[in-house]
Design a protein around this ligand. Structure first.
Ligand code: UD1
Length: 371
């Protein structure tokens, strides 16, 4: 019997672990799994609603770490997770994505000689000012089994000297979750609630420190949104970090007064899926949304200078626009002129983004386990 501890912490982890847990539960004679939530994200809208929407089992253990500086958060997770591993001996710790919880759990497991599987290994933005890049590099350097979502990720790992036998190309597990929930998301009432018509609005998300932690940058992005809003309303579910910064910089009143900005709390998975899949254009600085829009063929502008997911640009609908207001605006207007709604560039769905990554992930784990 394989004893596996799955670790999640923040919003983008939940949609990656859901199909993996499901698949593990299909193999009860061989796999016994525990779910640990670090509590990095704790708001109803950032955490609980995802467990409900995605029917993820309630975590067996919640470390209730909460917010803090990077070092505080990482250290608190390490202290608490070490106790978990002492009390619950495991053959594998499975971590997903690139958040602080991913790296913290990995360091603890490595020091306790517990084997580590990293789901979504090998992504690199090559931008070390990005906290997630540090988390990716550290996690991949310690992991024993590296499960890559794309071939470029495999190449990154090989270039860094990771042994080929530790790497498997399994595809993108977020897309499993996307396909499983498309039908159910059609039942969402979010368009009615926000009084929106399919194809007649843009969807926007933004929370990266590089966009929201500097007043001038944030205010420049708002300038671009103001002009773009003259063409189409922009729906903007506001991440807690962004909300805090807007208030701190005295920009809260400005966004609330802007009629073309439809502000909401962060949305649950199904509501957000229904929202962006009916939007004309997506603007984002998220990682996962670049992938989801690629699969659905929705034009996406990424407000970053680089991406760890280059395949969404080379094969998908993604364009990097940075955070210069003029370049955001011009590219957004060009996209609106170029793509009619429902007529986006037919997305070439990247290899193995096929809805079956979780099976390959759990197969790889079983194959890599000593008999
Ligand atoms: C984290 C991840 C990022 C991911 C993002 C998705 C890291 C380094 N970053 O960034 O990769 O894209 O989650 O949301 O792990 N807060 C709340 N309620 C919550 C969670 C956070 O109010 O439930 C507020 C707190 O004020 C906190 C701030 O948001 O200080 C930032 O949260 P944190 O988890 O540190 O990082 P994110 O910016 O959310």
């Amino acid at each position: 019997m394989l004893r596996i501890i799955n670790v999640v912490g923040a919003r983008p982890n939940f949609m990656k672990i859901a199909p993996v847990i499901d698949e593990m539960r299909r193999r009860p004679a061989r796999i016994q799994s525990l779910l640990v939530h670090t509590g990095q994200h704790y708001d109803e809208s950032m955490s609980d609603s995802f467990f409900e929407d995605l029917q993820i089992p309630r975590p067996d253990i919640n470390l209730e770490i909460g917010s803090g500086s990077h070092s505080e958060q990482t250290a608190r997770i390490m202290i608490a997770f070490e106790r978990v591993l002492l009390e619950h001996p495991a053959d594998w710790v499975v971590v997903v994505g690139d958040v602080n919880s991913t790296m913290a759990a990995t360091i603890v497991a490595a020091k306790m000689n517990v084997r580590i599987t990293h789901v979504e290994a090998g992504l690199r933005s090559r931008d070390r000012t990005m906290p997630e890049e540090i988390n990716r590099v550290v996690t991949d350097s310690l992991a024993d089994l590296l499960l890559a979502p794309s071939r470029d990720a495999v190449e990154n790992l090989l270039r860094e000297g990771v042994a080929l036998e530790k790497i498997r190309f399994v595809g993108n597990v977020m897309i499993d979750t996307l396909f499983r929930n498309l039908e159910q998301a059609r039942g969402s009432r979010i368009l009615e609630r926000l009084k929106l018509q399919p194809g007649k609005f843009c969807a926007m998300t933004m929370h990266r420190p590089s966009n929201v932690d500097d007043k001038e940058t944030l205010s420049g992005i708002l300038d671009a949104l103001e002009t773009l809003g003259e063409r189409l309303p922009i729906v903007f579910p506001v991440h807690p970090r962004t909300r805090d910064r807007l208030e701190q910089f005295g920009l809260g009143e400005r966004v609330r007064r802007q009629v073309s900005l439809v502000l909401t709390e962060p949305l649950g998975y199904l509501d957000f899926l229904h929202l962006y899949s009916n939007s004309r254009l997506v603007l984002t600085d998220s990682g996962g949304i670049q992938e989801e829009t690629t699969v659905l063929g929705i034009p996406c502008l990424t407000l970053r200078e680089n991406t760890e997911r280059p395949i969404t640009v080379t094969e998908g609908t993604n364009k990097l626009v940075g955070n210069n207001p003029e370049s955001i605006l011009q590219t957004a207007l060009a996209a609106l002129d170029h793509f009619a709604y429902g007529d986006a560039r037919p997305a070439r769905v990247p290899e193995l983004w096929d809805g079956h990554a979780a099976v390959r992930i759990v197969d790889a784990l079983e194959q890599a386990s000593p008999k």
